[in-house]
Write a protein that binds this ligand. Structure first.
Ligand SMILES: Cc1ncc(COP(=O)(O)O)c(C=O)c1O
Length: 464
């Protein structure tokens, strides 16, 4: 699409902060949006729409904050960034710069993490579907392997026989907590005990380092309960003469996209069928206005009771256990924004308007999960935009009626015009690039690494 923005437009650009569900913004990101929005027009002209701006500084702040809590409680710890949350290489580099490890779920994530400078020994591999090639790279690099099942354990054993030299895999066993008995991930008590029995016979073959679990949802209480369950297996393993030294509680730390009070007001008062162009209120959402930050969550987890009179933090210290965490989404809090250029606004019926943007819902994926991203986009308009308040839903170039960026009707205090920008904030966690593809042969959205330089200026470079 031609760039209709005049080159000296600073004076006629207007940033419209939404009123219903305004995004919380990191100060560096906010400064760009509010004071340097000309940069956003220039970047979309150069790199196309949608465009993902990725902010490694936010990642580094998030990991420093979590490390701060762990240090405050003086527990031995290991953080592995859940690399599945986002495909940006510069966020893996941020993990490397922060001195933390990476949780990898494929040979491809493993290679990307190594390329970012994360040492192989600081990688932890999760997921039940590891391939032989992946296992081999993990074993040879000395990475941690979360063994998901007896079947995986046996495959690993077979692989070892074929490997030259005496390489000893470092393993954690993945436990299936009692709260999710039918999950396809991890092992129930019987299989876990069988693995421990095998390990007592195969001491010279494996470094057994401990136990792992990952749960859906975002409550710290469910993790505390699973933690209590898993410590019974630590005791059992030690009684069997094994020496486990780590409990890895997976990810699921919450992150906050909008103010909690505003979010709960919205859910209680405004989230009604008439606010959706299709008249349907989705059944569930990510908790966008989480009452807890990731650091508060971690604090509550460490202070939760392990046994009468003993907190989880105390248990860890008394038993010389390292607490491992695999946060994905919460480490990329504020680490990307996605910028969509408006193509046109179309009135379908008297009270039904759609805004078309360049891009598709594959670059903002919640409607594909029958849910919605309950964070309003920021409109950056030019003088060309009529100052007329309106409501609209937002769609891209997809060809199905229901394939939209948002079914929800967004309030605008000024009608978006062709060439204006819609900025979706905080899209790094599973939002911006989980489902991206080249539908209609539209090129994949570019990832641009954004850094703040001196005096409020920014540097941008493609993220490979
Ligand atoms: C094993 C494991 N660890 C960590 C994560 C990251 O979870 P989150 O992004 O919610 O922190 C996931 C996500 O599915 C996972 O499956």
């Amino acid at each position: 699409m031609p760039n209709i923005i005049p080159t000296s437009i600073d004076s006629c650009i207007k940033v419209h902060t939404p009123e219903m569900l305004p995004p919380l913004l990191d100060s560096v990101v906010s400064h760009l949006i509010h004071n340097k929005s000309q940069d956003l027009f220039e970047l979309t002209t150069q790199y196309g729409s949608p465009l993902n701006l990725v902010w490694p500084h936010a990642f580094e702040l998030n990991s420093a904050a979590l490390l701060g809590v762990l240090n405050q409680y003086k527990v031995d710890h290991a953080i592995f960034y859940g690399a599945k949350a986002n495909k940006s290489q510069c966020l893996l580099e941020a993990a490397s710069n922060s001195g933390i490890g990476v949780d990898v779920s494929s040979i491809h994530e493993l290679r990307a993490a190594l390329r970012a400078g994360v040492p192989a020994q600081r990688l932890c591999a999760t997921g039940p579907a590891k391939t032989t090639e992946f296992h081999q790279a993990l074993v040879e690099g000395g990475s941690l392997i979360c063994v998901d099942s007896l079947e995986e354990f046996s495959h690993l054993n077979t692989l070892l026989e074929a490997l030259p030299g005496a390489v000893k895999p470092r393993i954690l066993l993945r436990y299936r907590p009692s709260s999710c008995p039918s999950s396809r991930f991890g092992m129930g008590a019987d299989d876990l005990l069988e693995c421990l029995q095998i390990l007592t016979r195969e001491r010279d073959k494996f470094h057994f380092e401990g136990l792992h679990f990952h749960l859906g949802g975002y409550g710290f209480e469910s993790r505390a309960q699973a933690f209590r369950e898993v410590t019974a297996f630590i005791t059992a393993a030690r009684e069997m003469g094994l020496n486990p030294s780590m409990i890895d509680i997976g990810g699921g730390l919450p992150m906050r996209y909008v103010e909690p009070q505003r979010y709960s007001n919205f859910l209680q008062n405004d989230n009604v069928a008439s606010h959706y162009y299709n008249g349907c209120v989705p059944g569930s959402y990510y908790p966008y206005g989480s009452s807890l930050t990731a650091c508060q969550w971690l604090t509550l987890f460490l202070e939760a009771e392990h046994s009468p009179g003993q907190t989880i933090a105390n248990y860890l210290k008394l038993n010389n256990i390292t607490l491992a965490l695999e946060p994905g989404r919460s480490l990329v809090d504020q680490a990307a924004i996605s910028v969509f250029r408006v193509t046109r606004t179309k009135q379908i019926a008297e009270n039904k308007t759609v805004i078309f943007i360049e891009g598709s819902s594959f670059s903002a994926c919640e409607t594909w999960f029958s849910s919605e991203y309950l964070v309003d986009p920021i409109l950056i308009s030019t003088e060309h935009s009529p100052h007329k308040p309106m409501q609209a839903y937002i769609a891209g170039h997809s060809c199905l009626d229901d394939d939209v960026i948002t079914h929800r009707l967004i309030n605008f205090n000024c009608t978006p015009n062709a060439g204006d920008l819609l900025v979706y904030a905080n899209t790094a966690g599973y939002q911006m690039d989980l489902l991206e593809n080249e539908f209609h042969r539209h090129p994949l959205p570019q990832r641009i690494k954004a850094t703040c330089c001196t005096e409020g200026n920014y540097a941008f470079s493609p993220d490979y």
